[in-house]
Design a protein around this ligand. Structure first.
Ligand SMILES: Nc1ncnc2c1ncn2[C@@H]1O[C@H](COP(=O)(O)OP(=O)(O)OP(=O)(O)O)[C@@H](O)[C@H]1O
Length: 684
């Protein structure tokens, strides 16, 4: 690399920064103008918000890494052209080619996909290297693809970025998206896809970048419909929350499925057998039956006063109306409106046949009179009334569940002491899926243009249905790993879950190259994988660095605590984040031991972990990653519940650079090392 070439790039960078400062000025000016000129309030608000956030982002960024790649084309439609690729467009002014192209622009795809075998018209692909503290352009690497030069994953810059210590929340990967990931990020808006990916293969990263890509490529369609990202818990959402804003997207709703469905406080708890029944897809049929059991065939004619007259609708006619609407399979609430409208229409025909003029006042009055009657054949109900009516009444439950739930299953969900009214019921978390199912039968919920579900292997069939209801006309990205399923209903095969998610034909794609976990750790994770009864391919690690140590602590619980403190102190000597992962039961004592020896430890609660050391219960480790993991007593994690081995698989695969496994009791059989020895991969 010549000094003068880097100087030229630094001069270009200075030009870009000056242009960004101009963009900030323009955006700020436009905020003021835009708020006054937009046609309606909705547009004014959106425009104002958009410009403000653009001004804010640009204002925060002029000193950041403005571009990470350069494309020099030799042939094809871009022959002779040069483009810089970055996180966003940098405009050179009206009518001129942008100084930097957004990574999502069509031509940027070449940056990710071109290789020596298929240079896609490129002469040279240049990758830029940046230092982070302070942010500075430090160098570049060229691949002369036309000459068969292709460093691909052997690129120093790519490797350094993937191995860079993790601090704080998850960051974007735009500079180093791999070809197989890019295919998924840029899949079309109408394509629903399901990514089965081993730990650390970039599923979450792919999902978030896909959201950003879709919003760029289909902004108009998605802006009103919206994009929804579902994650497993608050800690995870806190961890990923910075990625989309760093890509310039702030309008994506990110939540958990529990929050999406919540209709009020959870005040009740279920026994495990009840939870299992409530999350079972068969409940959908039981609830539908329970709701429609409230519709009764009219048993007598209807008489409605109309001035001096009494208008009548015959019983058979009423029956035909109700039966006809039932056949239409529309939401219950819409059905009710339709029955009412049809009865009113019959009455109107009668009145008009007698020369009466039926205006708006007549319609209102007649509608009110019919509504009273409607309460007896197609009553208005709330989800709470339907579910309380089912769980609180053995006869109603037996009727709705006949041939679907066994007597034991019915007994499991039946309330022992029913509340006095639906309003005073103490709803459990599992009841929320039932209430949402009924709410969906009454009225269609708001739909999204695209939904991304992370850790989808842990969604229950009933939760999947709740997602499907909100995605009827949209498309879906499902991300997950069957081997990491820890919920009692965890998926064992994807097709079944995709059916519940409403996209049975989604394309299934496997990712197997892990970018988080070093090879020495992947090796033991793969041994455990062989023990789990799931049919998924093993992981290959991209990373040759990293370290695994297995240490047997003598001296009982006190000895184990002392070993944890020593391991954390040692970890603090390295850069990056540290997690102590234990079984849920052991978390309190282990955290207390660390604190009493003067180590600052943050909890995961609320999703905001501060400081370098975080105490993580195995049940919440999913989706998270830390440079250094101290994993305490694997056998205890395995022993906690039926899916213990899967939970250990999750815990083992959180480390980016170093994993210390500490144990006082015996190690699981498949563990490669006899207790007391240490294994080291290439150190750092
Ligand atoms: N192409 C890439 N370039 C740089 N880093 C990457 C790339 N792909 C993935 N990573 C990093 O690897 C780590 C794992 O990614 P991510 O969390 O998306 O994986 P995952 O498949 O969701 O893992 P898990 O199943 O364990 O939750 C993250 O730090 C992510 O930023």
């Amino acid at each position: 690399m010549t000094g003068t070439e880097l100087d030229r790039e630094l001069a270009y960078l200075a030009e870009c920064r000056a242009a960004m400062r101009r963009m900030v000025e323009d955006a700020r000016l436009n905020v003021v103008v835009g708020e006054h000129v937009a046609g309606d309030r909705y547009s004014a608000e959106r425009l104002g918000r958009h410009l403000k956030s653009l001004a804010k982002q640009l204002g925060e960024e002029p000193d950041g890494p403005v571009f990470f790649g350069r494309l020099d084309f030799a042939t094809g439609e871009h022959a002779g052209r040069r483009y810089y690729i970055g996180r966003r467009h940098v405009s050179a002014g009206t009518g001129r080619q942008p100084l930097v192209l957004d990574w999502r622009a069509p031509v940027s795809r070449v940056f990710y996909q071109a290789g020596a075998r298929d240079p896609q018209g490129l002469r040279v692909r240049r990758r830029f290297g940046w230092s982070w503290r302070p942010v500075a352009l430090t160098g570049f690497e060229d691949e002369h693809l036309g000459r068969g030069d292709d460093t691909g994953t052997a690129s120093r810059i790519v490797a350094a970025e993937i191995e860079r210590p993790r601090v704080g929340p998850m960051r974007d990967i735009v500079a180093t998206i791999q070809p197989e990931q890019d295919e998924l990020v840029r899949a079309g808006l109408d394509d629903s896809i399901c990514v089965q990916g081993a730990p650390g293969t970039g599923k979450t990263a792919v999902g978030l970048h896909r959201a950003a890509y879709l919003l760029y490529a289909h902004r108009q369609r998605l802006e009103r419909a919206g994009v929804l990202v579902l994650g497993p818990n608050q800690a995870f959402l806190g961890y990923i929350s910075a990625v989309l804003p760093s890509l310039g997207e702030v309008d994506v709703e990110q939540t958990t499925v529990e929050r999406l469905l919540t209709r009020g406080p959870v005040r009740g708890a279920d026994r495990e057998d009840a939870v299992l029944v409530k999350h079972d897809a068969r409940m959908a049929t039981v609830l539908r039956r329970a709701l429609y059991a409230r519709v009764t065939a009219p048993a007598e004619p209807l008489a409605v006063p109309d001035g001096p007259h009494r208008r009548r609708v015959r019983e058979e006619e009423l029956r035909d109306i109700v039966a006809g609407v039932l056949r239409e399979e529309i939401p219950y609430g819409v059905g009710r409106e339709r029955v009412l409208a049809r009865i009113v229409a019959v009455l109107r025909r009668q009145a008009e046949a007698r020369g009466q003029t039926c205006g708006a006042a007549w319609s209102r009055k007649t509608g009110r009179a019919v509504a009273g009657y409607l309460g007896t054949v197609w009553p208005a109900v709330t989800p709470e009334e339907v579910v309380a009516g089912l769980l609180g009444d053995p006869e109603a439950l037996a009727g709705a569940a006949e041939g679907i739930l066994t007597p034991e299953e019915q007994a499991a969900i039946l309330w022992r002491r029913p509340p006095r009214s639906a309003g005073s019921a103490r709803w459990s978390a599992a009841d929320m899926v039932l209430l949402d199912e009924v709410a969906g039968l009454l009225e269609r919920p708001r739909g999204y243009g695209h939904v991304i579900v992370d850790e989808a292997q842990d969604l229950s069939p009933m939760q999947c249905r709740a997602v499907a209801r909100r995605n009827e006309h949209g498309s879906l990205t499902v991300l997950g790993d069957l081997a990491q399923g820890t919920a009692p209903w965890a998926a064992r095969d994807w097709r079944d879950r995709l059916g519940h998610l409403g996209k049975p034909d989604a394309q299934l794609i496997a990712l197997t190259t892990g970018y988080r976990v070093p090879a020495v750790v992947v090796e033991i994770a793969n041994r455990l994988l062989a023990e789990l009864a799931v049919d998924v391919p093993a992981t290959r690690s991209f990373r040759a660095d990293g370290r695994l140590r297995v240490h047997r602590a003598g001296g009982g619980p006190a000895g184990l605590s002392a070993a944890v403190v020593a391991a954390v102190r040692d970890a603090l000597g390295h850069d990056g984040s540290i997690a102590v992962i234990t079984s849920d039961d052991a978390l309190g004592p282990v955290t207390a031991a660390l604190r009493s020896s003067g180590v600052e430890v943050a909890d995961l609660d609320g999703g905001t972990a501060v400081g370098r050391v975080t105490a993580v219960p195995a049940s919440l480790a999913k989706g998270l990653e830390y440079d250094h993991v101290v994993l305490v007593e694997p056998a205890e994690i395995v022993g906690a519940g039926a899916r213990g081995p899967h939970r250990l698989y999750v815990a083992l695969t959180r480390a980016v650079s170093r994993l210390d496994v500490l144990h006082a009791g015996p190690l699981p059989d498949w563990f490669p090392q006899p207790a007391g020895t240490a294994v080291a991969g290439p150190g750092r």
